[in-house]
Design a protein around this ligand. Structure first.
Ligand code: MTE
Ligand code: QUE
Ligand code: MOS
Length: 774
């Protein structure tokens, strides 16, 4: 019951009726003030002076604060090197430097132009190439080495050399960065934040204000989307609001406008990846040498972990017998780039998917054939370039099944016929894969804790460190707990995340929110279940109620949990057939003075990666899938449509197939947006020009595939994770790449050379490439 069922998302009604409360929906409290961060009008240089005098005199303006008002101005999830407010050195254009406080947002916006900056400008570094030239590095990874790549390349009958480039991506969550800080007694602060990482927010706020961690509580009810953008970067805005709350002893609300959010916050990392790949006449990859360069922007943020994940995913779904992979994060004068769905994985995998298209063109073989020849095997060719062995690898089955189910070769023939008409339209077809490693590669983050409280009427409240951003983690945890107790899902409520209930939480990220927190919730539930079974066993044995001792530690001889069936709101002792309603048993436990609450800690087992040698087991398991996309490109305008996409995924035994289908759909569309229309434009000073929905093009409903099929295979073997489910949040994002490779495939019909396009493949990008063929 409950597990594997399509119960509705716990906020679905609220989201469509307007009942769901986001940060800015919270009622105004007495004396509450509004906070507006203001950014610097230069990408590099020194901030000499900020003049707020005129602004403060404007109607409705109460105060202005700058870096010197903070107890501690540095933050950074991995390396604390980023100022909350610019002190002297400017990192990027529109970097927050002043916070203006007023009685209304209207007053703040009217006063904003009166704030004056005196800046000594310096030349800005705005591209990866410039940063390499000037040797500006944030991080250099240890190389990943397997086999002997130089030897393999030397012996390869064919070699290709070049570079692959992909752009950044704006998160475009519906709710911008937002928080409200409430001053409490004794200098304590309570922060309500739209954050994927409440513990980090608590930490940054405490440090910025000179408080200790136990003086700050961070509460997250939900986010209107996060997608990685609120993992680290919610924290500095919370610190700004908290500073105002502390200084003025008034509640302070900071909710960014879409435009301010877009210019001030970091995005997906653009990458430039240099490669040399060797292969034989059949297209078998013999060796890959690559150097990955990620644009970290002005500060470190999570860039090092993101680069690591790109290096882990450079293999895509393909076996690399010999590889030498190096990676660098460069420092530029751009907004500090950050986590975004896939966390570097897409930038790594897209490189090899692009290379497979190139190999196919070079050898004049179908790209799917090249993919199948290189696909990781089940018995052999099943060890990654970092030494992790694939367990129950479903990739060969996924490729074969989708090829057959979608009539790949028949459609290829039809496309060839269509393209030979030369009617100003050209079609392309491509299948790509995702093999996404599940676990934080930073080992210590693979832990979580939960608090389960059973009330006297038998209903349950659960709290974990997981934050709800639309992905359905609350619903999955609700299902896990309801299933454990055998009660209806509506009798379980997942409560707002708070650092007061769950401490030292990891960010809800790496797609492992449901894995880790669901496991912790299950563990706590099982402890309570054990106590209730013990009580029931004693009742059956006739032990007088008040004499029932504490539940003993697990001992098969004293208590056999399998003898008890918790289902349909009843608890049944199977050997005797005796039954008690769940709520009655709960009440008896209370009267007998037994604890009906439990806390549990969970850690993911089996992880071990040796960073010095770049070898080991960084991941708990992999989530795999394949997608086939067909596109039609107008060769006169460069415009295109996705005619059809078929997706086949292995999600183990999904906890909620409906929610997972939503995740696959959304992730795919977000992925195809990244590789097609979502282009970031900056002027020569490094100012973001595409800073609003009118200038930045995310996919709309008409851009989605005309025919869109999503299916799951059955896999009952993922014993590594809770109820044999698999993480779903990020893996299908990588399938959006199939739209880009399909466009590249279409171009192949127009040239004898290997098409050379960047990502995103905007109509302009494609038209320019087509123009080179004439
Ligand atoms: N789905 C929705 N609706 N909104 C989001 O912000 N974030 C994605 C994914 N799916 C996101 C989403 C990202 S980046 C991650 S890491 C996972 O959800 C996090 O949640 P999970 O670990 O519980 O799957
Ligand atoms: C995937 C992720 C994250 C990650 C590694 C992954 C992530 C994250 C961190 C991280 C690393 C070091 C730290 C830290 C966080 O690593 O989201 O605080 O010190 O935050 O493979 O999603
Ligand atoms: Mo997701 S990028 O790990 O928040």
């Amino acid at each position: 019951m409950s597990i594997g069922q399509n119960i509705p998302h716990d906020s679905s009604r609220g989201h469509v009726t307007g009942g769901s409360v986001f940060i800015d929906d919270r009622a105004l409290t007495q004396k509450e003030v509004f906070v507006l961060p203001i950014g610097v009008p230069a990408a590099a240089g020194t901030l000499k002076k900020v003049d707020t005098e005129a602004a403060i005199k404007a109607p409705g303006i109460l105060a202005a604060f700058t870096a010197k008002d903070l107890h501690h101005n540095m933050w950074g999830t991995i390396v604390p090197e980023q100022p909350i407010l610019v002190d002297q050195k400017i990192g990027y254009y529109d970097e927050p430097a002043v916070i203006l406080v007023g009685t209304s947002m209207d007053a703040l916006l009217r006063a904003k132009p009166f704030v004056k900056f005196e800046i000594e400008k310096a030349p800005a570094i705005l591209t990866i190439d410039e940063a390499i030239e000037k040797q500006q590095f944030i991080y250099k990874a240890n190389a990943f080495v397997c086999g002997n790549v130089d030897d393999a390349l030397k012996k390869s009958p064919h070699r290709l050399q070049g570079f692959f480039e992909c752009g950044g991506q704006e998160h475009f969550y519906m709710e911008s960065q937002a928080c409200i800080a409430y001053p409490l007694e004794d200098g304590q602060v309570e922060i309500h934040s739209s954050s994927q990482h409440p513990s980090e927010t608590q930490h940054v706020v405490a440090e910025a204000l000179g408080l200790q961690l136990h003086e700050v509580v961070c509460i997250v009810k939900r986010m209107g989307g996060g997608f990685g953008g609120k993992e680290s970067q919610a924290a500095p805005f919370a610190a700004m609001a908290a500073l105002v709350a502390q200084k003025m002893q008034r509640p302070a609300r900071l909710c960014l406008s879409k435009d301010d959010d877009m210019v001030m916050t970091g995005k997906r990392h653009p990458f430039k990846n240099f490669y040399e790949i060797g292969f034989d006449n059949e297209g078998h990859i013999l060796g890959l040498k690559a150097q990955l360069y990620a644009d970290g922007g002005a500060y470190a943020d999570l860039s090092s972990s993101i680069l690591d994940r790109a290096m882990f995913h450079i293999d895509g779904a393909y076996y690399l017998p010999n590889a030498h992979i190096e990676g660098f994060v460069v420092r530029t004068n751009m907004h500090s780039n950050t986590a975004f769905r896939g966390f570097g994985g897409p930038q790594g995998t897209m490189t090899i998917e692009s290379l497979i298209e190139d190999i196919a063109k070079h050898l004049n073989i179908d790209a799917l054939t090249v993919r199948e020849r290189n696909c990781y095997g089940q018995e052999k060719n099943n060890v990654t370039h970092y030494g992790q062995k694939l367990d129950h690898n479903p990739l060969p089955e996924l490729f074969t099944r989708l090829k057959n189910d979608s009539d790949y070769f028949k459609r290829r023939e039809e496309i060839e016929k269509f393209n030979s008409l030369n009617n100003g339209k050209v079609r392309g077809l491509s299948m790509t894969a995702t093999k996404f490693g599940i676990a934080f590669t930073a080992r210590f983050l693979n832990q979580g804790n939960s608090l389960v409280n059973v009330h006297k009427d038998g209903t349950v409240q659960v709290s974990t460190g997981a934050t709800e951003m639309g992905q359905g983690v609350n619903t999955k945890i609700q299902q896990i707990v309801a299933h454990a107790f055998g009660i209806p899902a509506p009798d379980v409520k997942v409560m707002a995340t708070s650092t007061e209930k769950n401490h030292n939480t990891s960010p809800t990220a790496a797609s492992s929110g449901s894995d880790i927190n669901g496991s912790a919730a299950l563990k706590a539930s099982l402890e309570i279940k054990k106590r209730l079974a013990w009580l029931f066993q004693n009742i059956i044995a006739g032990t007088p109620m008040n004499d029932i001792a504490e539940c003993p530690p697990v001992d098969e001889k004293l208590l056999r949990l399998e003898d008890f069936d918790f289902n349909h709101g009843q608890v049944k002792h199977l050997p005797s057939g005796q039954t008690l309603p769940w709520a009655d048993l709960v009440k008896k436990a209370y009267l007998n003075r037994m604890s009906l609450g439990e806390y549990a800690h969970f850690k993911t087992e089996g992880l071990g990666f040796d960073k010095a040698r770049s070898m080991g087991t960084p991941f708990s398991y992999f989530t795999n899938g394949v997608a086939l996309s067909e596109v039609q490109l107008d060769t006169w305008t460069g415009e295109y449509k996705v005619l059809r996409t078929d997706i086949l995924m292995d999600l183990g035994r999904p906890l909620n197939p409906g929610i997972d289908r939503g995740q696959v759909t959304g992730a795919f569309v977000q992925g195809m947006g990244w590789v097609t229309s979502e282009k970031l434009f900056y002027n020569k000073d490094g100012r973001l020009l595409s800073h609003s929905p009118t200038t930045y093009k995310i996919p709309n409903i008409q851009d989605t595939p005309r025919v869109f099929n999503i299916e799951f295979i059955e896999n009952h073997e993922n014993r590594q994770n809770v109820h044999r489910s698999k993480a779903v949040g990020e893996p299908p994002f990588l399938l959006g790449i199939s739209v880009w490779t399909a466009l590249k495939d279409a171009l192949k019909y127009k040239t004898s050379k290997i098409p050379n396009i960047k990502s995103p493949a905007t109509p302009e990008e494609l038209l320019m490439e087509l123009a080179r063929y004439e």
